[in-house]
Design a protein. Structure first.
Length: 404
């Protein structure tokens, strides 16, 4: 098929390369001219494992442009633009702008518009009013750092549609994944995405609260507690990793958006609100740990990306930590294998450790595992629980969820 993709971020590009691999012709549209020019030269604008290689391999199936007019004769168009949260509410301007432009250029009334962007319930109905063509809600559930793998091997495919035939076409498009398909209404599909992300955020905040208690107990480690409760099939081990909090392009904005959306409907999402509050307190906990070691001096922050295997720093807890450290009077240097941050001086790994009085692990890159020997002589705070406490110097090591 001829498939359009509007918005060439992580979701758009991951969707594009996976469908290009299946032999479809992809027309990628973005308003960022520099991004489009780079893609025309086979350069991915973001780091994501496997993305650059797949872009090069299936480049013959791609057209990149800023011109919506090239979408006029497509079979299907994905909307994958960003939906940021502004002043606590979701901003849908990019989605509706894309819909208006599609409404102006689509020549075929059988072109299906598919919304992959994360949107609050009711959005698909509004997009249908704008574009006039059939609209399908097909939310993504990919994880940055695993975007290609998750697009190829999703846990489920959710398809929300008003009419059966458009949903059938989208279901057939993703049949190669062999994933179970859930057919829903528009509103159910939109709600499923928010419910999933909110639940995962709640799960992380829950284990972080348990970590707080473990820190006050003798010989108690939250990683042992999490492993044991995760073996219960009703709980599962996923998203039970205690740390310095969640960030990124999804959880912070999505939890705020659904809380605000529910409040406008006269409902309170008290558990989600509590998860947000717990997450916002994580940085102060790390600062308190650090002050137990040193009140001033040089601090090396290892990791600035919001999670490993990505260069994305949006809502990165590590960067918020850096800002707080500087406001407290500490001098900060940082290292990350892929990401950059203007908030701190970026140096090499060995240099970062060498000049530091204290080291804080803020992102769980594999590169930071096994650093115990290099960290000898330094005060160390393991914010992501990737070091072996038995190999660290007593009196100089603290970790999230590790009792004294």
């Amino acid at each position: 098929m001829r498939i359009g993709i509007v918005g060439l971020g992580v979701v758009g590009l991951a969707t594009g390369v996976v469908l290009a691999e299946q032999g479809h012709k992809i027309i990628g549209v973005d308003i960022d001219q520099n991004k489009v020019k780079g893609l025309e030269c086979k350069r991915s604008p973001i780091y994501e494992p496997g993305l650059q290689e797949m872009l090069e391999r299936y480049f013959h199936n791609f057209t990149f442009t800023t011109d919506y007019g090239l979408l006029s004769d497509t079979d299907l168009v994905f909307i994958t633009v960003s939906t940021p949260t502004i002043d606590g509410k979701i901003y849908l301007g990019y989605v509706f702008d894309a819909a208006k432009r599609l409404g102006d250029v689509l020549k075929r009334n059988d072109t299906i518009v598919v919304i992959k962007s994360t949107v609050v319930p009711g959005t698909a109905r509004k997009v249908k009013e704008i574009v006039k063509n059939d609209v399908v809600s097909n939310p993504e559930f990919l994880r940055e750092g695993r975007a290609i793998l998750d697009t190829k091997n999703p846990d489920r495919i959710v398809i929300g549609s008003e009419n059966k035939e458009p949903g059938d076409l989208v279901e057939n498009l993703w049949k190669f994944t062999n994933a179970p398909v859930i057919r829903t209404t528009w509103e159910e599909a939109e709600m499923i995405k928010y419910a999933a992300n909110s639940f995962l955020a709640v799960k992380i905040s829950f284990i972080n609260e348990i970590a707080n208690v473990c820190e006050k107990l003798k010989d108690c480690d939250v990683t042992v507690v999490a492993k044991a409760i995760g073996m219960d099939k009703r709980i599962s081990p996923y998203f039970l990793n205690a740390g310095i909090g969640w960030g990124g392009s999804c959880f912070p904005k999505d939890t705020q958006a659904i809380v605000s959306f529910a409040r406008d409907l006269g409902e309170e999402l008290k558990i989600v609100e509590a998860a947000i509050k717990v997450n916002n307190e994580r940085i102060n906990r790390v600062i308190s740990m650090l002050k137990g070691f040193i009140k001033e001096g040089n601090v090396c922050v290892l990791g600035v990306a919001f999670k490993p295997n990505t260069d994305d720093t949006r809502e990165s807890v590590a960067i918020k930590l850096i800002k707080t450290l500087k406001s407290e009077g500490y001098k900060v240097v940082a290292y990350d294998p892929k990401a950059k941050a203007d908030e701190a001086e970026m140096v090499g790994l060995d240099e970062c450790i060498r000049i530091a009085d204290a080291v804080i692990i803020a992102t769980e890159w594999d590169e930071f595992k096994g650093l115990e020997e290099k960290l000898r002589g330094k005060f160390v705070i393991d914010g992501r629980r990737i070091l072996d406490p038995s190999k660290m110097e007593k009196g100089k090591f603290k970790a999230i969820g590790l009792g004294e």
